[in-house]
Design a protein around this ligand. Structure first.
Ligand SMILES: [Zn+2]
Length: 69
């Protein structure tokens, strides 16, 4: 288990939708002048969360490896 946080990276700051691999997401807008204070979000039951600052949408990636083909 442990605490897993997906942090939005600089490369992702222009993306409207970011695929994440953990329920906990940390977004600071990608940092720099266009960034915002680091804020944590938890992906909800619908599998998504939205950043209140930069409107980025986080979508929880479905685990792969089971039931494939
Ligand atoms: Zn953000």
């Amino acid at each position: 288990m442990g605490t897993s946080v997906t942090r939005v990276t600089h490369d992702q700051r222009d993306l409207k939708v970011v695929e994440v691999t953990s329920r906990l997401v940390a977004c600071d807008g990608g940092g720099g002048a266009l960034g915002h204070p680091l804020t944590y979000y938890e992906v909800g039951a619908d599998g998504t969360a939205t950043c209140n600052y930069c409107d980025k949408k986080f979508v929880l990636a479905q685990p792969t490896g089971e039931a494939q083909g």
